[in-house]
Write a new protein. Structure first.
Length: 646
């Protein structure tokens, strides 16, 4: 009877929250029939650790496009429909298919049985299980005190991140500080969304508590990589405070009418400049701790293969390696539980005819807007570069020997593909582009070349496996991922997709400092220049003074803000940051109310292939900045208020 009592408490607690779903099955499944569920789960160290690992399973898969909306729900990449072996559920958000009946990426509601076909997850169930862990971790008799404190800190980090994940999507959310007791009355189970500032303060408090109990870095790298560290907790705190200081949540009058039945205004209406100072302070602290932990910008020169490569290829590999090189020094938090197998199959080109019939999907395609956003080799935007005045971006010319490390020598392609920054060549495959990798380790004799025109090599003659825009994402494919010439059995190299890496913190710090200061100064330039220099670019001031038609742009707060935004979009392209950045900057309406453009991929001859085409007329409304709460949730809980426009 006692066992049933515990099970009923767990289930009813979930139902009262309106969040039905399974618990951490990896420990429930082994419970003997005559032992209470919770008591058994915390009977000893091993069972408690299994419960904790079960709580880690509630983290979203950051590298899965059907789990992480930031990969496929914006304007950065586009697909074809249908795609062989892949149902792109969250692409529907980009196509304007979000709604209140069955919201896409619905992380608010858990579906019966734990399966959410709309791309969501059991987030609130995870928060309940984490609370159960924190309530019971004092019970194991054979757990050393230092380990108990570390596990508590890890659980608080998980709790903070799940709240952060929800906050970034929905804004004001219920704070699941503790589980609702079985004795709660009907009013007590009707939870409220809490105001933005309260949500932020609570998550910050969890992260501060977690940081106190976490190691500065992982010592047992054979088994514990991916577990929370002090550096991770402080980096997430800095990211949260940067989000809270940004225009979406800092004095956004669009949300002035979002008031609940208590009369509580959920969004702060007063802009507070001190929020940027809080973010800057948190970022500096996080950066200092990351440095202390040994984090530094990744340098592909440290790779054992770099001695076989040209300087051009090494520069192109700098950021690609920062993302895909397993547990490199730049990664503060790598998602070790997610498998990059799918994303690499979506990005990898086919180079030989026998490869076209297998697992390679070659359809994760950058939009033309994304291609154009990267800098020229001079480190400034194309539209500002003095050397590009009057140049027809889509004019066709033949590549020469000087281009051979980035473009197939003697190949005809457009001006847009010449003389771009190294990050462009490391991030994007275009027709005639070189491709370092596929198991090869030398760029003098072993470079491969992508052919994306109809009827050529890996072109769109494969109807359900081709690029919709004439481009593919190269950045997310590890250079050791390979496919034999004679078949389509791709062998993917597994890596931990970076949730937060050091360059991200550097650029956020430059952004926060720029907002705090009256005008940009050497401190603002320092951290953005560190990121640029790694990929072979001059500093911001020097690049703009020498090559831009707007040489004074870096001297003003507004000009520097624009530069930092562009730098983040280039450095962090295809890593899921642009999607959230455009929202927090309140710039999504500017970027995502334009047509999705690509090349004419069903044409063979260059003169026709390189004509830009409209693929989709994208729209973005104010309501799209935040997720809708499912209508059935609002019907069940009258204390909830819907987000703007839904």
């Amino acid at each position: 009877m006692k066992k049933n009592k515990y099970k009923i408490i767990l289930v009813l607690t979930t139902i009262l929250l309106g969040l039905t779903g399974p618990s951490c099955n990896n420990y429930i499944d082994v419970v003997p029939d005559n032992i209470p569920t919770v008591d058994y789960a915390f009977n000893n160290r091993n069972e408690a650790e299994a419960f904790l690992f079960g709580c880690f399973s509630f983290l979203p898969s950051h590298i899965n496009p059907n789990s992480n909306p930031a990969l496929l729900s914006g304007d950065e990449v586009w697909l074809i429909d249908p795609i062989y072996g892949f149902d792109p559920i969250l692409w529907g958000i980009a196509k304007g298919e979000q709604g209140t009946n069955e919201p896409l990426a619905n992380y608010w509601t858990t579906y019966q049985g734990g399966t959410n076909t709309m791309g969501g997850n059991r987030t609130f169930t995870g928060l309940r299980d984490i609370n159960t862990f924190l309530e019971n971790i004092n019970k194991p008799f054979d757990l050393e005190e230092w380990e108990r404190k570390q596990w508590i800190a890890e659980a608080k980090f998980l709790k903070a991140y799940l709240h952060f994940w929800l906050f970034r999507m929905y804004g004001p959310i219920p704070l699941i500080k503790e589980n609702i007791p079985i004795s709660a009355n009907s009013e007590e189970v009707q939870v409220y969304r809490e105001p933005v500032d309260e949500v932020v303060a609570y998550i910050v408090s969890l992260l501060d508590e977690a940081a106190e109990g976490l190691p500065i870095k992982i010592l047992d790298t054979t088994s514990d990589l991916g577990r929370p560290t002090k550096a991770m907790a402080l980096a997430l705190k800095a990211q949260l405070l940067t989000l809270a200081a940004s225009p979406l949540f800092n004095g956004n009058s669009d949300y002035a009418g979002i008031i609940d039945n208590r009369g509580v205004e959920l969004f702060p209406q007063e802009y507070k400049a001190e929020k940027w100072q809080l973010a800057a302070d948190a970022l500096k602290t996080a950066i200092d701790v990351c440095h202390e932990a040994g984090n530094e910008l990744f340098d592909f020169n440290s790779s054992i293969y770099s001695k076989n490569l040209s300087d051009s290829t090494i520069l192109a590999m700098q950021v690609r390696g920062a993302v895909t090189e397993r547990w490199n020094s730049e990664i503060i938090w790598g998602d070790s539980n997610s498998n990059p197998d799918l994303i690499q199959k979506l990005c990898h080109p086919t180079f030989f005819a026998p490869q076209a019939g297998g697992d390679i999907k070659q359809c994760y395609a950058p939009t033309l807007r994304t291609v154009e956003q990267f800098y020229t080799k001079n480190g400034v935007p194309i539209e500002e570069d003095k050397d590009w005045i009057g140049v027809d971006l889509f004019g066709i010319r033949e590549s020469g020997k000087a281009d051979r490390y980035y473009i197939n020598e003697g190949y005809k392609t457009i001006n847009l593909h010449y003389n771009r920054e190294a990050r462009f060549y490391g991030a994007i495959s275009f027709d005639g582009a070189t491709f370092y990798g596929d198991g090869h380790q030398n760029d003098d004799t072993q470079l491969l070349y992508t052919n994306l025109r109809y009827g050529y090599g890996n072109g769109s003659f494969v109807s359900d496996r081709h690029s919709s825009t004439g481009y593919l994402v190269k950045k997310l494919v590890h250079y050791l991922t390979s496919c034999p010439q004679t078949n389509a059995n791709i062998i993917t190299y597994r890596y931990a997709f970076p949730v937060i890496r050091l360059a991200d913190l550097y650029l956020m710090y430059s952004e926060a400092l720029n907002e705090v200061k009256e005008a940009p100064d050497a401190e603002v330039y320092k951290y953005i220049d560190l990121v640029r220099n790694r990929s072979g670019l001059l500093g911001v001031k020097e690049s703009w003074q020498n090559f831009s038609t707007k040489p004074q742009k870096p001297a003003t707060k507004e000009g520097m803000r624009e530069i930092i935004h562009r730098e983040r979009m280039n450095e962090l392209a295809f890593e899921g940051e642009r999607f959230w950045d455009l929202r927090r900057w309140k710039m999504a309406e500017e970027y995502m109310n334009k047509p999705i453009m690509g090349l004419n991929v069903l044409e063979k001859e260059p003169e026709e292939f390189y004509k830009p085409q409209t693929l989709f007329d994208m729209t973005f409304e104010k309501k799209d900045y935040l997720w809708p709460i499912k209508q059935s949730e609002l019907s069940r809980n009258k204390n909830l208020v819907q987000n703007l426009g839904w």
